[in-house]
Design a binder for this molecule. Structure first.
Ligand SMILES: [Zn+2]
Ligand SMILES: [Zn+2]
Length: 352
């Protein structure tokens, strides 16, 4: 074990503060990474404040962060994929059993024995896993990704959660040239959805409640912008979409969105409003429509997403902050006051 600097929450109500955590020494199959940037995901805030206490109660101290990009500083003797100096990334998962049907199909995110990057029992240390708000991390090579050399690293970090969360469903449901795709909500997830759907060649329509987001939506890849509160504008789009990616976490009218789908169209949820949706059976039955959900993506698909980003020069639009501003960033995140993701410059941890 060795000591690493980190930022952690000591309780649900305490601000994040500088601390030291114990990391394991790299085993034969491990990659040790000096973290350069870590994105801030809304999940970080939920977990740090124990807002998911019924499903995933937080163990303190909690070190959040699962959008990690860094430089390899050590590799185990059995590691072939990486060498010291490589730029590598880690997302939401750091381990799985590797033997269940999900793992065998490259869908590790659905493994019943998955280990998440933070606040999850850590079989190596006996404590919980600690995330990316830290100077370094040690991860089994199976869960370490390669970052294309042309990508800006601050903007690449959010690809590891916001990126794969939106890329995977677009990819899985066959979004390509000639398809009409809706993206609902322009936040951290939605802005990645727009970039990916556009790069995949689809005709992309952004649905938003905020008219002032129009210019940004066009810049990020939208072909059309529809104000979802305007029933005339919505009616014009009825029955025309192959696929809709719904990235909104606030309560909203799901049936109005389902009615935008054509026959056999699919509406996929990646946002998670607290209240259950009242889904009208008629919205589904009369056009054989589907309502679905999606969770991040498998490791192979995450690599595919990063390679796609390399080819198309896609990164997240980020505001880079020092770790000392993380609590302020959380307050702004609650107000959706960021375009479109915070990325922490981990060099700042040296002065913390
Ligand atoms: Zn996340
Ligand atoms: Zn498994």
């Amino acid at each position: 074990m060795y000591n690493a600097k980190a930022f952690s929450a000591a309780s649900a109500t305490s601000p994040l503060a500088s601390t030291t955590i114990a990391r394991r020494d790299a085993t034969d199959t491990d990659v040790q990474i000096e973290i350069l940037f870590c994105g801030i995901c809304h999940s970080d805030l939920h977990q740090a404040r124990n807002e998911w206490s019924s499903v995933m109660p937080t163990v303190y101290p909690c070190v959040p962060g699962h959008e990690i990009v860094g430089r390899v500083t050590k590799v185990g003797s059995a590691v072939k994929k990486f060498k010291v100096g490589d730029i590598a990334a880690v997302g939401c998962m750091v381990d799985s059993d590797g033997t269940c049907p999900n793992c065998k199909e490259g869908l590790e995110q659905f493994c019943p024995n998955l280990t998440l990057t933070y606040n999850f029992p850590d079989k190596h240390t006996g404590a919980v896993t600690y995330g990316g708000y830290s100077e370094s991390i040690v991860v089994d090579q199976r869960f370490v990704l390669k970052v294309p050399s042309n990508l800006d690293l601050a903007g690449a970090a959010p690809l590891l959660c916001a990126g794969i969360t939106t890329f995977s469903p677009l990819h899985h449901w066959g979004v390509t040239k000639g398809k009409k795709v809706g993206i609902v909500g322009l936040g951290g997830l939605g802005h990645m959805g727009l970039k990916f759907a556009h790069a995949l060649g689809a005709h992309v329509v952004l649905f938003t409640t905020s008219p002032n987001k129009k210019d940004d939506a066009f810049r990020l890849g939208a072909d059309e912008v529809v104000i979802s509160r305007d029933s005339n504008e919505m009616a014009k789009q009825a029955g025309s979409f192959d696929f809709i990616l719904d990235a909104v976490s606030a309560d909203h009218d799901i049936n109005a969105l389902l009615n935008l789908l054509r026959r056999d169209g699919n509406l996929c949820l990646v946002g998670a409003p607290e209240k259950p949706f009242p889904v009208s059976s008629f919205s589904l039955i009369f056009a054989r429509r589907s309502l679905s959900g999606s969770l991040i993506g498998g490791i192979a698909e995450t690599q595919e997403m990063l390679d796609f980003c390399g080819k198309n020069n896609i990164t997240s639009d980020v505001e880079v902050i020092p770790i000392q501003k993380v609590n302020e960033a959380y307050e702004r995140l609650v107000k959706a006051d960021v375009k479109y993701r915070f990325s922490i410059d981990m060099a700042s941890l040296k002065n913390a």
